[in-house]
Design a protein around this ligand. Structure first.
Ligand code: FAD
Length: 248
């Protein structure tokens, strides 16, 4: 048995499973392919989410009698107003995307979780935050949370240049946009990583994330313990779900 401590500084925190029934308070168009839906209910006053890449499960009306569950980032939490905002990257197909296009104030929706958080410390010398549209809510939350002056490199693939937007942050952030998977991967590959101890976080489509992992580990030689790469969806697979434990 190995007695050596893991060099990972990511801390796992678990919460009691919770199910809340919330009401759509408002729906806002963010940009061409993004919609923000603000949910409200008194139960949200004690909503806990310690990490930018936490997720809740939304129970949405499926094609049959049963609801289907889809994962989304709690992007903005306002306990005082008992509100939770979710930002949907719209795409052509899918129950969640369809629901978000038309969600009307007053509609009820069940919100499950989060079941826990994987807390990535803020005090790394630098952070690389990279992903596609599905990861932009988590990335924008992290940018809002990083302390003043923290070095952040941000690489986001959005469907259209119309989706490129200003992301508010106190961090010293360098933001790069991509408009295709190939461009995003090529930018990730050629990106010079700063010196010091850094943490890389990537999320997006499964095959693209496999390629991203290889680039980070094999080409950038970035240490595994300071890397978190998550598949948020898989091309052609509705309701794709991957275990989101930290990578070995
Ligand atoms: C931890 C976590 C956090 C997430 N946070 C967010 C978030 O905050 N905002 C967000 O928009 N998404 C987020 N996602 C991704 C989201 O859960 C998936 O995109 C989900 O599949 C969408 O459900 P759907 O019902 O619209 O499509 P599904 O019914 O699951 O899929 C239908 C079809 O659409 C395709 N598809 C699914 N998602 C996308 C996409 N993003 N772009 C293009 N095609 C797609 C599938 O390949 C499939 O062919 C997150 C995922 C995880 C695991």
């Amino acid at each position: 048995m190995c007695s050596c401590a893991s060099p990972s500084r990511v801390e796992r925190v678990r919460f009691e499973p919770r199910r809340r029934t919330a009401i759509v308070s408002r729906r806002e168009e963010v940009s061409a392919n993004f919609v923000r839906v603000v949910l409200a209910c008194d139960d949200l006053r004690d909503f806990q989410s310690l990490s930018f890449d936490d997720h809740v499960k939304l129970a949405l009306p499926g094609p049959g009698a049963d609801a289907v569950l889809r994962d989304f980032t709690p992007v903005d939490i306002d306990p005082a107003r008992a509100e939770l905002a979710i930002e949907f990257a719209l795409h052509d197909d899918g129950v969640a995307s369809r629901w978000a296009r038309t969600a009307a104030p007053g509609a009820a929706i069940a919100v499950l979780g989060p079941r826990g958080s994987m807390v990535v410390p803020m005090d790394y010398d630098w952070h690389l935050l990279a992903g596609d549209a599905s990861a932009l809510p988590a990335i924008s939350r992290r940018l809002r949370e990083l302390p003043s002056g923290t070095k952040a490199i941000v690489l986001v693939h959005v469907p259209s240049p119309d989706d490129e937007r200003r992301l508010s942050t106190r961090a010293d952030a360098h933001l790069v946009w991509a408009n295709s998977d190939a461009q995003w991967l090529s930018q990730l590959r050629s990106m010079p990583l700063p010196p010091g101890e850094g943490f890389i976080w990537c999320a997006g489509e499964s095959q693209v994330m496999k390629a991203a992992r290889a680039i980070c580990l094999e080409e950038h030689k970035h240490p595994r313990h300071a890397l978190r790469i998550a598949s948020y969806w898989k091309q052609g697979v509705p309701g794709f779900h991957e275990r989101l434990d930290p990578q070995p």
